[in-house]
Design a binder for this molecule. Structure first.
Ligand SMILES: NC(=O)c1ccc[n+]([C@@H]2O[C@H](COP(=O)([O-])OP(=O)(O)OC[C@H]3O[C@@H](n4cnc5c(N)ncnc54)[C@H](OP(=O)(O)O)[C@@H]3O)[C@@H](O)[C@H]2O)c1
Length: 392
């Protein structure tokens, strides 16, 4: 039976899990609280791949013993020996009487925790604060369920939905606080993705600068989707290619051009991915963008921050490749200008792409909306072979 306090304790577990960083990848962010007689007696979170899981970290505070207590865990406890022993067994051995779980683990290697617990006579409740628990583990779940990195799209628009003025200028629509947040996201992602349009018009560097200590921040791979290879060898992305700039083209002919040579000379890596050459897995769409994302996954990219204009962002949206949308709304009006997205193939209101509003925040004069797509289970690709991960 679900008690009223379950949601409250689970939200506390989510807060704890969020203390983890990208150091856990490819594992998920997970939090755990152990409660007895209405009091928190231990807590833990997964801090680093190879390190203790959240449940183990919490049980360690109790020397592995918590008879009769309830454990709140944001993700189903693992049932396998990976880098660490199975958490479901550890909970059983500790004498935990009840386990409340936020989200189930789709990883076939690790799943089965619920069955292990129930077989040992532990009461198990699932699906408590499930959306928040899935959002916490979204990088991991996207790889498991969709076979590709998480795509977080960021856009800054005016009150009238413009992302650039009539002349193409977009610097800066949002204020300094919003831009600082984007630098933190860049440091969280392994790759920042943009389109050739933005690369040409804005000449961005897409690196991490505006953080407390940029010298220690992880710099993301900068990725430009530029099928016709229009990137200027004198651009900042080429000039700073030692920080790793990767350009995807779709036509091998452009690789033999003077521009390609000039870009390579500057250290830019050019990758030709001909549309439709990557294998289709199950019912996963074999489109070029999906292939690009899989190619990035193969390079160890788990989280992509898309900072593109309406051309590429709309293409990602049309193909249901945006897992999280962060939209800054600035108190400005432009009237004429570039609309935030282009044609999404939507003809009538009932076909609108539906989003769940997961957060609102004021940053300086701007408002940040954090949105996630409302997907049905049927369009989640379960157990994709791309989703197999090293045992956690
Ligand atoms: N306010 C904001 O948040 C923000 C953010 C970024 C940009 N901007 C503004 O956006 C404007 C540029 O817009 P944009 O639409 O040209 O930029 P974009 O979306 O960054 O780039 C569009 C280009 O991406 C390439 N591309 C590669 N694969 C694609 C695919 N599968 N589908 C669609 N395009 C693909 C296409 O060029 P190829 O066909 O040559 O590959 C396309 O022309 C600028 O004014 C910039 O300042 C604003």
């Amino acid at each position: 039976m679900i008690s009223r306090d379950d949601a409250t304790w689970m939200r506390r577990a989510v807060e704890l899990g969020a203390r983890g960083t990208r150091d856990v990848r490819p594992n998920p962010l997970v939090g755990c609280v152990i409660v007895q007689d209405g009091q928190e007696i231990a807590s833990g979170w997964h801090a680093k791949v190879g390190g203790p899981h959240a449940e183990a970290a919490a049980l360690a505070e109790l020397a592995g013993q918590a008879p009769g207590a309830t454990a709140y865990v944001t993700l189903e406890p693992c049932a396998h020996f990976g880098r660490t022993p199975p958490c479901a067994q550890a909970l059983v051995h500790a004498g935990i009487a009840r386990v409340v779980i936020g989200a189930l683990d789709p990883n076939p290697q690790a799943a089965g925790g619920v069955a292990t617990l129930r077989a040992a006579g532990v009461e198990v409740v699932t699906g408590v604060e499930e959306e928040a628990c899935r959002a916490l583990a979204e990088v991991f779940l996207t790889r498991m369920e969709r076979g590709r990195p998480l795509v977080q799209a960021k856009l800054a628009m005016t009150l009238d939905g413009r992302i650039a003025a009539k002349d193409g200028t977009s610097r800066w629509i949002s204020g300094p606080e919003a831009r600082r947040r984007v630098h933190l996201w860049r440091a969280e992602a392994e790759a920042v993705l943009t389109g050739s349009g933005t690369a040409q018009v804005d000449d961005p560097t897409l690196d991490v600068r505006d953080v407390d200590d940029p010298s220690t921040a992880s710099q993301p791979l900068r990725v430009v989707l530029d099928r016709r290879l229009r990137l200027d060898p004198e651009s900042r992305l080429a000039d700073t290619a030692r920080q790793r700039t990767l350009v995807f083209v779709d036509d091998p002919v452009v690789l033999a051009t003077d521009r390609a040579r000039a870009l390579r000379d500057r250290g830019v890596e050019l990758v030709c991915l001909v549309a439709g050459t990557a294998p289709t897995v199950g019912d996963v769409d074999g489109s070029w963008l999906t292939d690009v994302l899989r190619a990035l996954a193969a390079r160890g990219v788990h989280h992509v921050l898309a900072e593109a204009g309406p051309g590429l962002t709309s293409a990602l949206l049309r193909q249901d490749l945006v897992d999280r949308l962060d939209l800054f709304i600035a108190p400005k009006l432009l009237g004429a200008g570039v609309p935030v997205v282009g044609d999404l193939g939507v003809a009538s209101l009932d076909q609108a792409l539906q989003w769940r509003l997961d957060g609102t925040e004021r940053l300086g004069d701007d408002v940040l909306l954090t949105l996630r797509p409302r997907r049905t289970v049927s369009n989640i690709h379960r157990n994709s072979p791309f989703g197999q991960s090293p045992a956690r």
